[in-house]
Design a protein. Structure first.
Length: 97
């Protein structure tokens, strides 16, 4: 069963370009190095330019666990932290089919 993740992120005003650049690096690293990741995509709110959602899907729980342990996630996640206006809101879901 695949695992879906929605990560809601709030970025500090004026940090959008920096955040989006770091995320682009992370997205490329996930796609290149995580065979258990089905998709990893950033979406920006139309209502508030500082609100973002990351949509993620992993083949299984092991793939999701591995994602959080990768060097690229740890390194680039720390860099993104300087852009954030608070902690992310993470929701993990199971597919139904």
């Amino acid at each position: 069963m695949a695992i879906g993740v929605i990560a809601r992120l709030k970025v500090q005003p004026g940090k959008n370009e920096e955040f989006e650049g770091i995320f682009a690096e992370l997205e490329a690293a996930v796609r290149a190095n995580e065979p258990g990741n089905n998709f990893y995509s950033l979406h920006k709110s139309r209502a508030d330019e500082n609100d973002y959602i990351v949509l993620e899907q992993y083949a299984d729980q092991d793939a999701l666990n591995a994602h959080g342990q990768t060097d690229h996630f740890k390194t680039l996640g720390a860099k993104m932290g300087g852009c954030m206006a608070g902690r992310p809101d993470i929701e993990v879901m199971d597919t139904t089919s």
